[in-house]
Write a protein that binds this ligand. Structure first.
Ligand code: ADP
Ligand code: ADP
Length: 232
């Protein structure tokens, strides 16, 4: 479903060039929960951002459902992005808008009718367990609740893929577990492919089937979680 073909990304800066991702190739199957783990600076976020076109590869190509994300027009990219949801470590909510309004935002951008949008948002609020909190502002919510809003917003346009960028790194262990359970349910119930990046092994062990280990821009190991983490 997602093919990452020999992708590299270099940044040019004042101190010379930095190779953030180097010759990475991965295939991610529809419906799986795939993890990418590595220390800070390993290239995980850069790779994740190339999956939804927030960054474009210096070389190589990302193909999602047969369509190249790296070599398409901006209108094709905009359309493709609606099928790729993303959640973040610090939630990236709109602080001046309520829970309901945050979830309506991507539907407004996609020009979905008001009535349909509200129905959809209410469905999502139920799915993520935030009933009764529709009119709360993000500042009134706990970290776990904020991430639930982030998840509902990411699912608004019925994406095929959900990208998770250190989605539980700002949460305590108990809340982390509840968010990971929610993500597992979403994967099972809705069949959405999930790709997550993290520096925490227990996150991978809790929900991923396969994992890629990144170091200095390279994938140094890849396989089923049990195999990768139990090898001597
Ligand atoms: P990770 O997500 O694993 O922490 P990143 O993808 O954020 O890794 O970073 C990989 C490398 O690329 C790091 O050396 C980082 O400093 C560099 N890098 C990331 N984004 C940029 C950027 N926009 N400009 C310059 N260098 C960057
Ligand atoms: P917007 O206009 O996008 O709805 P704001 O202008 O209120 O949002 O906030 C802009 C940014 O400031 C937010 O994306 C967030 O990073 C930060 N911010 C605002 N309020 C808070 C808050 N209560 N807690 C943490 N960050 C905040």
């Amino acid at each position: 479903m997602i093919q990452i073909n020999n992708v590299s990304k270099t940044y040019k800066g004042k101190k010379g060039t930095v190779t953030a991702v180097q010759n990475v190739s991965l295939n991610i199957e529809a419906g799986e929960i795939f993890g990418m783990i590595g220390y800070s600076g390993a290239g995980k976020s850069t790779l994740l951002r190339m999956l939804n076109g927030l960054e474009s590869p210096t070389s190589g190509e990302v193909i999602i459902n047969g369509q190249s994300i790296s070599k398409c027009s901006s209108s094709q990219l905009r359309k493709a992005r609606q099928k790729i949801g993303m959640i973040f470590q610090h939630f990236n909510l709109l602080w001046s808008r309520t829970v309901l309004e945050n979830i309506l935002f991507p539907l407004e951008i996609a020009k979905v009718s008001k009535k349909e949008s509200i129905n959809r948002a209410k469905e999502l609020i139920k799915l993520v367990g935030l009933e009764g909190r529709e009119n709360a502002y993000p500042s009134e919510l706990s970290g776990g609740q904020k991430q639930r809003v982030g998840i509902a917003r990411a699912l608004a346009n019925n994406p095929d893929v959900l990208l998770c960028d250190e989605a539980t790194s700002a949460l305590d262990p108990e809340t982390t577990d509840s968010i990971l359970s929610l993500l597992t349910n979403i994967n099972k119930q809705l069949g959405i492919t999930i790709i997550l990046i993290t520096h925490e092994m227990h996150v991978i062990q809790k929900i991923c089937q396969r994992v890629a280990v990144m170091e200095n821009g390279n994938v140094v190991e890849e396989g089923h979680v049990v195999d990768v983490f139990t090898r001597p």
